[in-house]
Design a protein around this ligand. Structure first.
Ligand SMILES: Nc1ncnc2c1ncn2[C@@H]1O[C@H](COP(=O)(O)OP(=O)(O)OP(=O)(O)O)[C@@H](O)[C@H]1O
Length: 311
C-alpha cells in the first residue's frame, strides 16, 4: 500500500509545552483519513508540521515521497482552520489567486474556478465580492480555491466547523468525489460521526499523542459485538449457554457475543427449547470504539459542536 504521509517520532513544542508529543503515523494514499481529537489535542499543530508549514523539534516526516514537505506544495491543497479571504475580492478572482499561488496560470485558474463555482451551484455569485456572500458560500469559495489546482493530497483542518447541515452534506459529497478520483483527503475533526461516515482510516489524538492509527473497522473490532435475544421461555437448561455478562430484561437478554461465535449459542438455545423470537447482533460504532481506545474523559470532550456551529 502506498503511503501519502509517514511520520516518525514527531515532536513540536511551544515554550516547553509539547503540542505534538512523539507522533508515529502512516496515512495511506487514495483514502479518506480522519484525525480525531478534542479541542487543543494537537491536530492543527500536527497537520502544520506534516505539511512543512512549521518544522518539528524532533522526528521525521515524509510527504508524497519527499522529506521536504513544503517542496510538494503545488500538489497539496490545504484548508486552514482559521478561514480568511480578502473581503473586497470577487469570488472567481479569489479562486484564481489561490490557484496561482499553487503554480497555475491566472487565466486557467479563473476559468476553472468559474466552472467549479457553476458545478457547486454558485455560478451566479462568481462576480460577487466575498463580503457579499453568506458564510457558507464564502467557505465553499475557499474550498474551491483549495482544490482548484487538482492536488494529489487535500488537507482540511476542521472543515465542517461553522457549516450548516446542507453545506456539511455538500462538503461530504466533495470529499467523496475527490477520493473517488484517487486523491488522498485528510481532515481533522472533533465530531466522531463525521469520521464514521466518511473515513476508511483514522488517527485518534489527545494531548499530542496518537492512541490509535489504522482502519475504522480495526478500531471497531477492538470491541466485541453485542447480542440482543428475545425468547419464548424464561428459564431452562439453555440459560447456561448465556455468558456471564448477560443482562435480563423480561423476555430479553443482552450480552457480549462469545468468542466462540453465534452458532454454538444458537444450537444450545434450540436444543434447550428457549423458543427464539428474535436475535440481533449489533456491531459497536466508532463512538464506542473511541471510548475504549481514548477513554471516557477524552470522549466526553468530543462530539461537542463548537459554539459557532450552534449559531
Ligand atoms: N503558536 C503556538 N504557541 C503556543 N502554543 C500553541 C501554539 N499553537 C498551538 N499551541 C498550543 O498547542 C496545543 C495544541 O493546539 P492545536 O491548535 O494544535 O490543537 P487542535 O487539536 O487543533 O485544537 P483545536 O481543534 O482547538 O484547534 C494547545 O494547547 C495550544 O494552545
Amino acid at each position: 500500500m502506498a503511503i501519502a504521509i509517514e511520520a516518525r517520532g514527531l515532536v513540536k513544542e511551544f515554550d516547553g509545552f509539547r503540542a505534538v508529543d512523539g507522533v508515529d503515523l502512516n496515512i495511506p494514499e487514495g483514502s479518506i483519513f480522519g484525525i480525531l481529537g478534542p479541542n487543543g489535542a494537537g491536530k492543527t499543530t500536527m497537520l502544520r508540521t506534516l505539511l512543512g508549514i512549521i518544522d518539528p523539534d524532533a522526528g521525521t516526516r515524509t510527504l508524497l515521497g519527499s522529506s521536504k514537505p513544503i517542496s510538494q506544495s503545488r500538489i497539496v491543497g490545504y484548508l486552514p482552520e482559521e478561514r480568511g479571504l480578502y473581503q473586497s475580492m470577487r469570488a472567481v478572482d479569489t479562486i484564481a489567486f489561490m490557484g496561482a499561488l499553487r503554480g497555475m496560470a491566472l487565466k486557467d485558474a479563473r476559468d476553472k474556478g468559474r466552472a467549479m463555482l457553476e458545478e457547486a451551484g454558485l455560478g451566479y455569485a462568481a462576480d460577487r465580492q466575498i463580503k457579499q456572500l453568506s458564510k457558507g458560500m464564502a467557505q465553499t469559495v475557499q474550498l474551491i480555491g483549495t482544490i482548484v489546482h487538482d492536488p494529489k493530497l487535500i488537507v482540511l483542518d476542521e472543515p465542517f466547523s461553522g457549516l450548516d447541515a446542507l453545506n456539511q452534506a455538500k462538503l461530504e459529497r466533495m470529499i467523496r468525489a475527490q477520493a473517488e478520483k484517487g486523491v488522498t483527503v485528510i481532515f481533522s475533526t472533533h465530531v466522531i460521526a463525521h469520521a464514521e461516515r466518511l473515513c476508511e482510516s483514522i488517527a485518534i489524538i489527545a494531548k499530542g499523542k496518537i492512541s490509535f492509527d489504522g482502519l475504522v473497522s480495526a478500531a471497531r473490532d477492538r470491541l466485541r459485538p453485542q447480542v440482543h435475544l428475545e425468547t419464548e421461555s424464561l428459564d431452562g437448561p439453555w440459560r447456561s449457554a448465556l455468558p456471564a455478562d448477560c443482562i435480563a430484561e423480561g423476555n430479553w437478554w443482552h450480552f457480549t457475543l462469545p468468542e466462540t461465535g453465534v452458532e454454538p449459542l444458537l444450537t444450545a438455545l434450540v436444543e434447550g427449547k428457549a423458543g427464539v423470537r428474535s436475535l440481533s447482533i449489533e456491531r459497536p460504532g466508532l463512538h464506542d470504539a473511541f471510548v475504549a481506545i481514548a477513554g471516557e474523559s477524552v470522549a466526553a470532550e468530543m462530539d461537542q459542536p463548537l459554539a459557532e456551529e450552534l449559531l
